[in-house]
Design a protein around this ligand. Structure first.
Ligand code: S3P
Length: 184
């Protein structure tokens, strides 16, 4: 069909780019790394990997369980190793966990093998999106809005080292954000 109900009236041309290096999506919890990443990978015909999911697979336990039983430091060690391994596998779209890009080694590894894209979102958007699930240990210890504001202050200067910055607002669909990444 030329048009399906619910789709935008004027379909954007499907890009025919071929990814030649990994793209890592970085940004705070709730900014849309997984949703946009999966969409972007499909548009680029590239594999999609989610670092958190790979850590869970490698550890054989959930993220809250890793934080609780092994501690955050052990999680961060595993996170660095898993991302370094994933980046070696060539072109892909990689969604990283929100804290991953805080590690200097990970920032360097991403930049050496490919490019980092920061999905920047405002506080209201992050609070709204993270409120849908209770799977994030860092948001369990207090008021998520206060915690997320603190993480914004701490992390935004480092996310700003990404090669590309794209706004991830509630107005744009995951597909729109993926298109902005391709444009950028
Ligand atoms: C974390 C973000 C989470 C996950 C872990 C720690 C963080 O990933 O890695 O709970 O430090 O910001 P998402 O950003 O995918 O939620």
């Amino acid at each position: 069909p030329l048009m399906v109900a619910g789709e935008t009236a004027v379909p954007k041309p499907r890009p025919s780019y071929r990814l030649i290096r990994p793209i890592a999506l970085v940004g705070l919890m709730g900014c849309g790394k997984t949703t946009v990443g999966a969409r972007l990978a499909a548009m680029l015909n590239a594999p999609f990997r989610d670092a958190d999911a790979e850590i869970v697979k490698a550890a054989g336990r959930s993220i809250p369980d890793i934080f609780e039983s092994l501690g955050e430091e052990a999680f961060r060690d595993g996170e660095k190793r898993v991302i370094a391994r994933l980046l070696e596998a060539g072109p892909m779209v990689l969604a990283t966990g929100g804290g991953a890009f805080m590690a200097a080694e990970t920032r360097a590894a991403v930049k050496a093998s490919g490019a980092a894209v920061w999905l920047r979102a405002d506080l209201d958007t992050l609070v709204e999106r993270t409120g849908r699930k209770n799977t994030r240990p860092l948001l369990r210890g207090g008021d998520p809005r206060v915690i997320l504001q603190g993480l914004m202050d701490q992390r935004y200067p480092l996310y700003a080292e990404a090669d590309i910055v794209v706004e991830s607002t509630p107005k744009g669909s995951a597909e729109d954000v993926a298109y902005s990444i391709i444009d950028a």
